[in-house]
Design a protein around this ligand. Structure first.
Ligand SMILES: NC(=O)c1ccc[n+]([C@@H]2O[C@H](COP(=O)([O-])OP(=O)(O)OC[C@H]3O[C@@H](n4cnc5c(N)ncnc54)[C@H](O)[C@@H]3O)[C@@H](O)[C@H]2O)c1
Length: 313
Protein backbone atom coordinates (compact mmCIF):
# COMPACT_ATOMS: atom_id res chain seq x y z
CA UNK A 1 0.00 0.00 0.00
CA UNK A 2 1.37 3.37 -1.05
CA UNK A 3 1.22 6.25 1.46
CA UNK A 4 -0.99 9.13 0.40
CA UNK A 5 1.80 11.65 0.67
CA UNK A 6 3.85 9.75 -1.89
CA UNK A 7 4.12 11.20 -5.39
CA UNK A 8 1.57 8.76 -6.80
CA UNK A 9 0.45 5.19 -6.88
CA UNK A 10 2.51 2.57 -8.64
CA UNK A 11 0.80 0.96 -11.62
CA UNK A 12 0.71 -2.38 -9.80
CA UNK A 13 -0.99 -0.95 -6.71
CA UNK A 14 -4.18 -2.65 -5.69
CA UNK A 15 -7.39 -0.74 -6.23
CA UNK A 16 -11.00 -1.50 -5.35
CA UNK A 17 -14.42 -0.82 -6.78
CA UNK A 18 -17.35 -1.06 -4.37
CA UNK A 19 -20.65 -1.18 -6.27
CA UNK A 20 -20.31 -2.69 -9.74
CA UNK A 21 -23.18 -1.23 -11.75
CA UNK A 22 -22.93 1.14 -14.70
CA UNK A 23 -20.21 3.35 -13.21
CA UNK A 24 -18.29 0.86 -11.07
CA UNK A 25 -17.66 -1.58 -13.93
CA UNK A 26 -16.57 1.22 -16.22
CA UNK A 27 -14.04 2.39 -13.58
CA UNK A 28 -12.89 -1.21 -13.15
CA UNK A 29 -12.21 -1.54 -16.88
CA UNK A 30 -10.24 1.72 -16.85
CA UNK A 31 -8.19 0.90 -13.73
CA UNK A 32 -7.31 -2.53 -15.10
CA UNK A 33 -6.51 -1.25 -18.60
CA UNK A 34 -4.01 1.15 -17.00
CA UNK A 35 -2.36 -1.77 -15.20
CA UNK A 36 -3.83 -1.58 -11.71
CA UNK A 37 -4.93 -4.74 -9.97
CA UNK A 38 -8.65 -4.23 -9.22
CA UNK A 39 -10.81 -5.99 -6.67
CA UNK A 40 -14.53 -5.72 -7.18
CA UNK A 41 -17.41 -6.20 -4.79
CA UNK A 42 -21.16 -5.85 -5.13
CA UNK A 43 -23.95 -7.41 -3.04
CA UNK A 44 -26.35 -8.19 -5.95
CA UNK A 45 -27.06 -11.85 -6.66
CA UNK A 46 -25.92 -12.03 -10.30
CA UNK A 47 -23.33 -9.28 -10.20
CA UNK A 48 -20.26 -11.21 -11.39
CA UNK A 49 -21.91 -12.37 -14.63
CA UNK A 50 -23.21 -8.88 -15.38
CA UNK A 51 -19.89 -7.24 -14.47
CA UNK A 52 -17.88 -9.70 -16.55
CA UNK A 53 -19.97 -9.05 -19.67
CA UNK A 54 -19.82 -5.26 -19.30
CA UNK A 55 -16.11 -5.33 -18.45
CA UNK A 56 -15.41 -7.18 -21.67
CA UNK A 57 -17.19 -4.55 -23.76
CA UNK A 58 -15.46 -1.67 -21.98
CA UNK A 59 -12.03 -3.33 -22.27
CA UNK A 60 -12.56 -3.82 -26.02
CA UNK A 61 -13.48 -0.16 -26.36
CA UNK A 62 -10.36 0.88 -24.43
CA UNK A 63 -8.21 -1.35 -26.63
CA UNK A 64 -9.48 0.61 -29.63
CA UNK A 65 -8.12 3.69 -27.88
CA UNK A 66 -4.78 1.86 -27.49
CA UNK A 67 -5.18 1.39 -23.73
CA UNK A 68 -4.36 -2.28 -23.35
CA UNK A 69 -2.93 -2.93 -19.87
CA UNK A 70 -4.25 -5.93 -18.03
CA UNK A 71 -4.22 -5.38 -14.30
CA UNK A 72 -5.61 -8.42 -12.55
CA UNK A 73 -9.38 -8.30 -11.89
CA UNK A 74 -10.63 -10.19 -8.84
CA UNK A 75 -14.25 -10.73 -7.86
CA UNK A 76 -14.27 -10.56 -4.07
CA UNK A 77 -16.79 -12.35 -1.91
CA UNK A 78 -16.87 -9.73 0.86
CA UNK A 79 -16.37 -5.99 1.06
CA UNK A 80 -13.55 -6.55 3.54
CA UNK A 81 -11.69 -8.86 1.17
CA UNK A 82 -12.04 -6.27 -1.61
CA UNK A 83 -10.84 -3.35 0.49
CA UNK A 84 -8.31 -4.37 3.10
CA UNK A 85 -5.16 -4.27 0.92
CA UNK A 86 -6.29 -1.52 -1.37
CA UNK A 87 -4.52 1.79 -1.96
CA UNK A 88 -7.48 3.35 -3.77
CA UNK A 89 -11.17 2.57 -3.16
CA UNK A 90 -13.61 3.95 -5.72
CA UNK A 91 -17.07 3.82 -4.15
CA UNK A 92 -19.75 3.55 -6.84
CA UNK A 93 -22.86 2.39 -4.96
CA UNK A 94 -26.41 3.69 -5.59
CA UNK A 95 -27.08 7.37 -4.96
CA UNK A 96 -28.74 6.79 -1.55
CA UNK A 97 -27.43 8.43 1.58
CA UNK A 98 -28.39 5.37 3.68
CA UNK A 99 -26.42 3.03 1.40
CA UNK A 100 -23.45 5.43 1.23
CA UNK A 101 -23.42 5.74 5.04
CA UNK A 102 -23.44 1.98 5.54
CA UNK A 103 -20.81 1.36 2.84
CA UNK A 104 -18.45 4.11 4.07
CA UNK A 105 -18.71 2.87 7.65
CA UNK A 106 -17.90 -0.66 6.47
CA UNK A 107 -15.00 0.54 4.31
CA UNK A 108 -13.61 2.65 7.17
CA UNK A 109 -13.62 -0.38 9.44
CA UNK A 110 -11.26 -2.41 7.23
CA UNK A 111 -9.38 -0.06 4.87
CA UNK A 112 -5.64 0.59 5.30
CA UNK A 113 -5.11 3.85 7.17
CA UNK A 114 -3.20 5.43 4.25
CA UNK A 115 -5.62 4.42 1.48
CA UNK A 116 -7.72 6.96 -0.39
CA UNK A 117 -11.50 6.55 -0.48
CA UNK A 118 -13.02 8.21 -3.55
CA UNK A 119 -16.76 8.56 -4.04
CA UNK A 120 -18.33 8.68 -7.52
CA UNK A 121 -21.36 10.48 -6.07
CA UNK A 122 -23.26 12.75 -8.46
CA UNK A 123 -25.38 14.70 -6.02
CA UNK A 124 -23.96 14.43 -2.49
CA UNK A 125 -21.31 16.83 -1.32
CA UNK A 126 -18.08 15.81 0.36
CA UNK A 127 -19.38 17.38 3.61
CA UNK A 128 -22.42 15.11 3.56
CA UNK A 129 -20.24 12.00 3.25
CA UNK A 130 -17.31 13.00 5.49
CA UNK A 131 -19.07 12.11 8.80
CA UNK A 132 -19.33 8.46 7.62
CA UNK A 133 -15.56 7.81 7.43
CA UNK A 134 -12.93 7.57 10.15
CA UNK A 135 -10.47 9.95 8.48
CA UNK A 136 -12.20 12.60 6.31
CA UNK A 137 -8.80 13.87 5.07
CA UNK A 138 -8.52 10.70 3.00
CA UNK A 139 -12.05 10.91 1.59
CA UNK A 140 -12.53 12.67 -1.74
CA UNK A 141 -15.39 13.02 -4.15
CA UNK A 142 -14.21 12.02 -7.63
CA UNK A 143 -17.17 12.42 -9.94
CA UNK A 144 -16.86 10.86 -13.40
CA UNK A 145 -18.97 11.37 -16.48
CA UNK A 146 -20.76 8.34 -17.82
CA UNK A 147 -19.07 6.18 -19.10
CA UNK A 148 -15.94 6.90 -17.03
CA UNK A 149 -13.71 4.67 -19.17
CA UNK A 150 -14.39 6.90 -22.21
CA UNK A 151 -15.26 10.33 -20.82
CA UNK A 152 -12.09 12.14 -19.68
CA UNK A 153 -13.60 14.46 -17.05
CA UNK A 154 -13.24 13.68 -13.33
CA UNK A 155 -14.33 16.35 -10.84
CA UNK A 156 -12.47 16.23 -7.56
CA UNK A 157 -13.15 17.76 -4.19
CA UNK A 158 -10.76 17.18 -1.32
CA UNK A 159 -10.44 18.99 2.00
CA UNK A 160 -6.74 18.18 2.02
CA UNK A 161 -4.32 19.71 -0.48
CA UNK A 162 -1.89 16.80 -0.50
CA UNK A 163 -4.66 14.29 -1.11
CA UNK A 164 -6.28 16.56 -3.71
CA UNK A 165 -2.99 16.85 -5.61
CA UNK A 166 -2.48 13.10 -5.43
CA UNK A 167 -5.99 12.54 -6.76
CA UNK A 168 -5.31 14.81 -9.73
CA UNK A 169 -2.17 12.81 -10.45
CA UNK A 170 -3.93 9.46 -10.04
CA UNK A 171 -6.77 10.26 -12.48
CA UNK A 172 -4.37 11.95 -14.90
CA UNK A 173 -2.39 8.71 -14.86
CA UNK A 174 -5.59 7.00 -16.01
CA UNK A 175 -5.75 9.26 -19.06
CA UNK A 176 -8.48 11.40 -17.45
CA UNK A 177 -8.83 15.17 -17.31
CA UNK A 178 -9.27 15.89 -13.59
CA UNK A 179 -10.47 19.27 -12.39
CA UNK A 180 -10.45 20.40 -8.75
CA UNK A 181 -13.31 22.20 -7.10
CA UNK A 182 -12.33 24.99 -4.76
CA UNK A 183 -15.64 24.70 -2.91
CA UNK A 184 -17.68 21.63 -2.02
CA UNK A 185 -20.57 22.35 -4.40
CA UNK A 186 -23.71 20.28 -4.98
CA UNK A 187 -23.59 18.78 -8.49
CA UNK A 188 -19.87 19.60 -8.83
CA UNK A 189 -19.30 21.74 -11.97
CA UNK A 190 -20.37 19.80 -15.05
CA UNK A 191 -23.72 18.63 -13.70
CA UNK A 192 -24.54 22.15 -12.55
CA UNK A 193 -23.91 23.26 -16.13
CA UNK A 194 -25.80 20.27 -17.54
CA UNK A 195 -28.72 20.98 -15.18
CA UNK A 196 -28.82 24.64 -16.21
CA UNK A 197 -28.90 23.64 -19.88
CA UNK A 198 -31.51 20.92 -19.37
CA UNK A 199 -33.71 23.28 -17.33
CA UNK A 200 -33.89 25.57 -20.35
CA UNK A 201 -34.27 22.60 -22.73
CA UNK A 202 -37.32 21.44 -20.75
CA UNK A 203 -38.67 24.99 -20.68
CA UNK A 204 -38.31 25.25 -24.47
CA UNK A 205 -40.32 22.03 -24.94
CA UNK A 206 -42.89 22.90 -22.22
CA UNK A 207 -43.53 26.35 -23.66
CA UNK A 208 -43.80 25.03 -27.22
CA UNK A 209 -40.76 26.79 -28.72
CA UNK A 210 -39.37 23.56 -30.23
CA UNK A 211 -39.78 19.81 -29.79
CA UNK A 212 -37.45 17.41 -27.98
CA UNK A 213 -35.58 16.13 -31.06
CA UNK A 214 -34.96 19.65 -32.38
CA UNK A 215 -33.67 20.84 -29.00
CA UNK A 216 -31.28 17.88 -28.90
CA UNK A 217 -30.17 18.62 -32.49
CA UNK A 218 -29.66 22.27 -31.57
CA UNK A 219 -27.13 21.19 -28.93
CA UNK A 220 -25.40 18.31 -30.75
CA UNK A 221 -24.98 20.07 -34.11
CA UNK A 222 -24.60 23.54 -32.64
CA UNK A 223 -22.72 24.51 -29.50
CA UNK A 224 -22.18 20.88 -28.40
CA UNK A 225 -19.83 20.27 -31.30
CA UNK A 226 -17.95 23.47 -30.51
CA UNK A 227 -17.88 22.69 -26.78
CA UNK A 228 -15.94 19.51 -27.55
CA UNK A 229 -13.02 21.76 -28.51
CA UNK A 230 -13.48 24.99 -26.50
CA UNK A 231 -15.47 25.74 -23.36
CA UNK A 232 -18.23 28.37 -23.04
CA UNK A 233 -15.93 31.13 -21.82
CA UNK A 234 -13.37 30.61 -24.57
CA UNK A 235 -16.16 30.40 -27.16
CA UNK A 236 -17.16 33.99 -26.29
CA UNK A 237 -13.51 35.05 -26.41
CA UNK A 238 -13.57 33.95 -30.04
CA UNK A 239 -17.00 35.56 -30.47
CA UNK A 240 -15.53 38.94 -29.56
CA UNK A 241 -13.38 39.20 -32.70
CA UNK A 242 -9.91 40.68 -32.35
CA UNK A 243 -10.87 42.30 -29.04
CA UNK A 244 -11.67 38.89 -27.57
CA UNK A 245 -13.68 38.43 -24.40
CA UNK A 246 -13.26 42.04 -23.22
CA UNK A 247 -14.77 43.31 -26.43
CA UNK A 248 -17.52 40.68 -26.27
CA UNK A 249 -18.44 41.67 -22.69
CA UNK A 250 -18.44 45.35 -23.60
CA UNK A 251 -20.52 45.03 -26.76
CA UNK A 252 -22.66 41.97 -26.18
CA UNK A 253 -22.65 41.55 -22.39
CA UNK A 254 -25.95 43.42 -22.04
CA UNK A 255 -27.59 41.20 -24.66
CA UNK A 256 -26.66 38.14 -22.61
CA UNK A 257 -28.23 39.67 -19.50
CA UNK A 258 -31.44 40.29 -21.50
CA UNK A 259 -31.42 36.66 -22.67
CA UNK A 260 -30.84 35.39 -19.11
CA UNK A 261 -33.90 37.36 -18.00
CA UNK A 262 -36.05 35.45 -20.51
CA UNK A 263 -34.95 31.94 -19.45
CA UNK A 264 -37.57 29.67 -17.90
CA UNK A 265 -37.94 27.70 -14.68
CA UNK A 266 -40.08 24.71 -15.62
CA UNK A 267 -41.72 22.31 -13.18
CA UNK A 268 -41.76 18.58 -13.85
CA UNK A 269 -45.56 18.35 -13.86
CA UNK A 270 -47.15 15.16 -15.26
CA UNK A 271 -47.86 17.03 -18.54
CA UNK A 272 -44.29 18.25 -18.91
CA UNK A 273 -42.92 14.77 -18.04
CA UNK A 274 -45.21 13.24 -20.69
CA UNK A 275 -44.09 15.78 -23.32
CA UNK A 276 -40.42 15.07 -22.57
CA UNK A 277 -40.81 11.28 -22.38
CA UNK A 278 -42.89 10.94 -25.56
CA UNK A 279 -40.55 13.36 -27.38
CA UNK A 280 -37.50 11.29 -26.39
CA UNK A 281 -39.25 8.08 -27.45
CA UNK A 282 -40.00 9.60 -30.86
CA UNK A 283 -36.37 10.71 -31.14
CA UNK A 284 -35.16 7.20 -30.17
CA UNK A 285 -37.30 5.83 -33.05
CA UNK A 286 -37.44 2.27 -31.75
CA UNK A 287 -33.77 2.03 -30.73
CA UNK A 288 -33.26 0.42 -27.29
CA UNK A 289 -31.29 2.18 -24.54
CA UNK A 290 -28.49 -0.34 -25.17
CA UNK A 291 -28.45 0.46 -28.91
CA UNK A 292 -28.38 4.18 -28.18
CA UNK A 293 -25.55 3.70 -25.67
CA UNK A 294 -23.60 1.72 -28.30
CA UNK A 295 -24.09 4.49 -30.87
CA UNK A 296 -23.00 7.07 -28.28
CA UNK A 297 -19.89 5.03 -27.42
CA UNK A 298 -18.94 4.52 -31.07
CA UNK A 299 -19.14 8.26 -31.71
CA UNK A 300 -17.25 9.04 -28.49
CA UNK A 301 -14.45 6.63 -29.43
CA UNK A 302 -14.20 8.13 -32.94
CA UNK A 303 -14.18 11.66 -31.46
CA UNK A 304 -11.54 10.80 -28.86
CA UNK A 305 -9.36 9.23 -31.56
CA UNK A 306 -9.77 12.24 -33.83
CA UNK A 307 -8.94 14.64 -31.00
CA UNK A 308 -5.84 12.66 -30.10
CA UNK A 309 -4.63 12.57 -33.71
CA UNK A 310 -5.11 16.33 -33.91
CA UNK A 311 -3.31 17.01 -30.60
CA UNK A 312 -0.39 14.75 -31.57
CA UNK A 313 0.21 16.61 -34.84
N1 LIG B 1 -25.16 6.84 -13.96
C1 LIG B 1 -24.49 7.95 -14.19
O1 LIG B 1 -24.60 8.59 -15.25
C2 LIG B 1 -23.50 8.45 -13.16
C3 LIG B 1 -22.50 9.37 -13.56
C4 LIG B 1 -21.56 9.78 -12.61
C5 LIG B 1 -21.64 9.33 -11.30
N2 LIG B 1 -22.63 8.46 -10.93
C6 LIG B 1 -22.65 8.01 -9.54
O2 LIG B 1 -22.07 6.71 -9.46
C7 LIG B 1 -22.69 5.96 -8.41
C8 LIG B 1 -23.20 4.65 -8.98
O3 LIG B 1 -24.18 4.93 -9.98
P1 LIG B 1 -24.59 3.86 -11.10
O4 LIG B 1 -25.29 4.62 -12.16
O5 LIG B 1 -23.42 3.00 -11.43
O6 LIG B 1 -25.66 2.98 -10.30
P2 LIG B 1 -26.08 1.47 -10.59
O7 LIG B 1 -27.40 1.28 -9.95
O8 LIG B 1 -25.88 1.12 -12.03
O9 LIG B 1 -24.99 0.62 -9.76
C9 LIG B 1 -24.93 0.57 -8.37
C10 LIG B 1 -24.38 -0.78 -7.95
O10 LIG B 1 -24.23 -0.78 -6.53
C11 LIG B 1 -24.66 -2.03 -6.03
N3 LIG B 1 -25.04 -1.89 -4.62
C12 LIG B 1 -26.27 -1.76 -4.08
N4 LIG B 1 -26.18 -1.69 -2.73
C13 LIG B 1 -24.87 -1.77 -2.44
C14 LIG B 1 -24.13 -1.80 -1.23
N5 LIG B 1 -24.74 -1.69 -0.04
N6 LIG B 1 -22.78 -1.94 -1.28
C15 LIG B 1 -22.15 -2.04 -2.47
N7 LIG B 1 -22.79 -2.02 -3.66
C16 LIG B 1 -24.14 -1.90 -3.64
C17 LIG B 1 -25.80 -2.46 -6.94
O11 LIG B 1 -26.00 -3.87 -6.89
C18 LIG B 1 -25.31 -1.96 -8.30
O12 LIG B 1 -24.58 -2.96 -8.99
C19 LIG B 1 -23.76 6.86 -7.82
O13 LIG B 1 -23.25 7.52 -6.69
C20 LIG B 1 -24.04 7.86 -8.95
O14 LIG B 1 -24.52 9.09 -8.47
C21 LIG B 1 -23.55 8.00 -11.85
Amino acid sequence: VIPYNDTGLKPDSETTIIGCGLIGVSWAALFSAYGYAVRLWDPAADWETRAERNLLTAREQLARLSVRGSGEITYSSTLREAVHESAWVQESTPESIQIKRQVFEEISACVASEAIIASSTSSFTWSQLAPFVTDPARLITAHPFNPPHLMPLVEIFSSNDVVGALAVEFYRGLGRRPIRLRLDATGHVANRLASALWREAVHIVASGIADVADVDAAVVDGPGLRWSTIGPHMAYHLGGGDGGIRSYLEHLGASQVRRWADLGTPTLSPEVCEAIASGVEREAAGRSVQQLANERDETLIATLRARRTFLER
